[in-house]
Design a protein around this ligand. Structure first.
Ligand SMILES: *Cc1c(COP(=O)(O)O)cnc(C)c1O
Length: 412
């Protein structure tokens, strides 16, 4: 029988050549590595021996984190990077050149949107935004310069779910790479490979870091894509075959943009990964209880959590995420003023913008994350002035409900 996520995470082996036989992977906080001879130094630089050379290109602690991610996801190759944004930017840069385009979901994490819409557009890389929940609209935007389809498994804060099999079928039909940002749905409940995703990018700052401990990101290559179909990578495929994408990352964008994760961060991420399943299950179970409580409360006008039976995307949540589509919910009160009053009266739930911390965090997206956009643009993005986003932490559900119940009393 396949062992549980937590069991497997705890027992991924590492090379035991530490003088003290440390039971946990040591934190190798070093920049460089020494060689016995000039010959072995040269052999390592030629890539003929697998030693580490310089920690911006590889580091033993970071490598162990990558190996754990690989063992837990079954990915063909894994690269750990400095942040979720580094994972996304490195991936897109590695598969596109100036004049190419990618098709992206129109509801994205704000900085991902800004990266694609502003930063990369300045270098002649175009992004065509579309509602990826309407897969027939995606197909119309594809032309001979399209290289990839990009989407988020659960959009934030709209909490919409695209049908991943449909997007995968389109990607296959046109030989495009399918890239998923799976930050909201960690590997405990989601495996992109089984649904036809080629590359997963993740901000490990969120679920995996162990509660807001550190910034990190990972890129998973599921090994399904034939890299010779991409004209920018074709010439590398003869030498690197299935490893073409990782070779392009490691020997080019990842190394040359200085996107490395530090050994200390990798240590936090390793500890976070070991406890991911426990933390996720606890938050998910509270999320369901809070969802049910808020649905019944007379002052709450609307609630979105696709894990609740009867919600619009419940079926997709079951088929794609084992019925557990993350641990974030949104709910509405009668007015913006009511939201502010309610939030100001919370005693335990924190007013902060991160996601999947161990502490529950609340934010009013209309007046914060999206405040730079015009009212019209915010409405077009389905951001509502009367909605709040709650990232459910690992406190007891009863304590969270009590805090919310008391704060709701402050609204007239
Ligand atoms: C936070 C987040 C990112 C960016 O990750 P950082 O680690 O902050 O760089 C990307 N995508 C999603 C869905 C996120 O929630």
């Amino acid at each position: 029988m396949k062992k549980s996520f937590t069991t497997r995470s705890l027992h991924v082996p590492f090379p035991r050549n530490d003088a003290h036989r440390a039971l946990d992977m040591p934190v190798y906080e070093t920049v460089a590595y020494e060689f016995d001879s000039s010959e072995s130094m040269s052999a390592n630089f030629r890539g003929e021996l697998p030693a580490h050379v310089y920690s911006r290109t590889s580091n033993p602690t970071v490598e162990y984190f990558e190996q754990k991610m690989k063992a837990l996801t079954g990915a063909h190759q894994v690269l750990a990077v400095a942040s979720g944004m580094a994972a996304i930017s490195n991936t897109v840069l590695s598969v596109c050149k100036s004049g190419d385009n990618i098709i992206s979901g129109n509801h994205l994490f704000a900085h991902s949107f800004s990266l694609l819409d502003q930063s990369l557009r300045n270098y002649g890389l175009e992004t065509r935004f579309v509602d990826t929940t309407q897969s027939h609209l995606v197909e119309r935007l594809i032309d001979e310069n399209t290289r990839a389809i990009y989407f988020e498994t659960v959009t934030n804060p709209q909490l919409e779910l695209a049908d991943i099999s449909k997007l995968s079928a389109i990607a296959r039909k046109y030989n495009l790479l399918l890239i998923a940002d799976s930050t909201i749905t960690p590997p405990v409940v989601f495996n992109g490979r089984s649904l036809g995703v080629d590359i997963e990018v993740m901000s490990t700052t969120k679920h995996i870091s162990g509660g807001g401990t550190s910034f990190g990101g990972v890129i998973l290559d599921h090994g399904n894509y034939d890299w010779s179909l991409n004209p920018n990578l074709k010439s590398l495929t003869e030498k690197f075959g299935k490893d073409t994408f990782m070779a392009r990352l490691r020997k080019n964008y990842f190394r040359n943009t200085g996107s490395a994760m530090s050994a200390h961060t990798a240590h936090y991420q390793i500890l976070g990964l070991d406890m991911l399943e426990l933390r996720f299950e606890r938050s998910y179970s509270s999320c369901m209880k809070l969802g049910e409580f808020l649905t019944r409360h007379p002052k709450v006008c609307g609630l979105t959590y696709p894990g609740l039976k009867g919600s619009k995307d419940y079926e997709l949540a079951v088929t794609q995420f084992q019925g557990k589509p993350g641990t974030i919910l949104t709910f509405e009160l009668e007015s913006e003023k009511a939201c502010f009053t309610f939030m100001n009266h919370l005693q335990m739930i924190r007013r902060a913008t991160n996601l999947n911390d161990n502490k529950s965090l609340i934010i009013h997206p209309w007046s914060t994350i999206f405040v730079e956009f015009s009212e019209k643009d915010r409405k077009a993005m389905k951001i509502s002035p009367t909605a709040m986003r709650l990232s459910v932490g690992i406190e007891a559900a009863e304590d969270l409900i009590e805090d919310i119940e008391e704060a709701l009393k402050a609204i007239a």
